[in-house]
Design a protein. Structure first.
Length: 157
């Protein structure tokens, strides 16, 4: 099932990656915009977090808030996305952490990195084993696409 959701969301994943490609995380303004976009995404997706993910995702959001507070840059809270399938949201949120090692190296000296350095307690292989035990339907894939869209920055880069 992991392969099916990956194939079904490939275009959205590539769109999100392309949207962030121009951010220079070594500079304060771009790093702030990057973090703000992620914070808005977490707020939009929070109503759809699975109970099993809630504590870990809440910790992720708290670390992100601490970084934004240190930068005096917490954004306004956007409206939540209509309730999505929690497994689809977890797929996108947990998957977004996979590129963290590369991104962490790009963070500028002196910029806070709690959010970017926070490890997930449920590993990606463990999560994909959970995913592979579920029968994915088109609705879950559509919800994963919507979760990817929540991560798109709203500026005009």
């Amino acid at each position: 099932m992991h392969d099916r959701i990956r194939q079904g969301t490939r275009a959205q994943h590539e769109r999100v990656d392309a949207a962030y490609a121009g951010y220079d995380l070594s500079t304060r303004p771009d790093y702030i915009q990057f973090l703000q976009a992620h914070r808005k995404a977490l707020w939009r997706l929070e109503p759809s977090w699975r109970p099993v993910d809630r504590a870990e995702f809440t910790d992720l959001a708290a670390n992100l808030d601490a970084d934004l507070d240190e930068l005096s840059a917490r954004p306004a809270r956007p409206e939540a996305v209509a309730c999505l399938d929690g497994l689809a949201v977890a797929y996108v949120m947990r998957g977004s952490r996979l590129g963290g090692a590369i991104l962490r190296r790009r963070i500028g000296r002196g910029l806070p990195g709690r959010y970017m350095h926070l490890p997930m307690t449920l590993s990606w292989p463990e999560f994909t084993r959970q995913l592979d035990q579920v029968s994915l339907d088109d609705a879950i894939i559509a919800d994963a696409r919507a979760a990817f869209a929540a991560f798109l920055p709203t500026d005009d880069r």
